[in-house]
Write a protein that binds this ligand. Structure first.
Ligand SMILES: [Zn+2]
Length: 205
């Protein structure tokens, strides 16, 4: 299932200027709208009794430090050409995904329904509980650790989180972590460039 990006952009254009960006989440199908949706094969069922209780914020760019290309969604959708760039051969065969990706321009893409498990956190723990993929929603921001994230990304992220809070009551301000927090020593994203206070300001505004 794919929604054309110009439809989404048109909706966002219509929304801006009159009122703030708003998203809605349907719990039955685990999808958020408006978003471009391309379901990833890199997903499976959450273990019995596991539901979204944590948001894990990531930063990603492919190739590292380059923005705007199609490679992140290609990686998540299992259609990346491993030979298209020397760096990609290091990733060959890697099966990863996230529920959501927020591009530099604030465009939102979904790859995994929220009731399913995306493969984003790897070996990880949050407040002593291991295997964060089981009980988390993974949100990737297109970016890198040392580069300021874009205004449109903070705006989109806050609106997305507000919609997720409404849909999943176990999520709250105490259950947001960076990949660096759940996998310390192994992962650094979203990095020092990510402004947590700005995110929290956006959520309480
Ligand atoms: Zn990450």
């Amino acid at each position: 299932m794919r929604i054309e990006s110009d439809q989404v952009q048109g909706y966002q254009d219509a929304m801006s200027g009159t009122q703030e960006l708003q998203y809605s989440v349907t719990v039955d199908d685990g999808l958020i709208q408006p978003a471009e949706c391309e379901l990833s094969p890199h997903q499976d069922e959450r273990p019995d009794g596991c539901k979204p209780e944590l948001l894990v914020i990531h930063g990603i760019s492919l190739p590292p430090g380059e923005f705007g290309g199609p490679h992140i969604e290609q990686l998540f959708a299992n259609r990346l050409d491993w030979d298209a760039h020397p760096y990609f051969s290091e990733l060959r065969g890697m099966e990863v995904s996230a529920h959501l990706l927020i591009r530099r321009d604030g465009r939102l893409l979904q790859f995994v329904p929220f009731h399913c498990r995306a493969w984003h956190a790897g070996a990880s723990s949050f407040r002593g509980r291991k295997h964060c993929n089981d009980f988390s929603i993974g949100i990737e921001l297109e970016g890198s650790d040392e580069t300021d994230y874009a205004d449109a990304q903070y705006e989109c992220l806050a609106a997305v989180i507000r919609a997720l809070w409404l849909a999943y009551p176990d999520l709250n301000a105490r259950s947001i972590a960076g990949h660096c927090d759940v996998a310390p020593g192994r992962k650094t994203d979203p990095g020092p460039a990510f402004d947590w206070l700005r995110l929290y300001d956006g959520l309480t505004a």
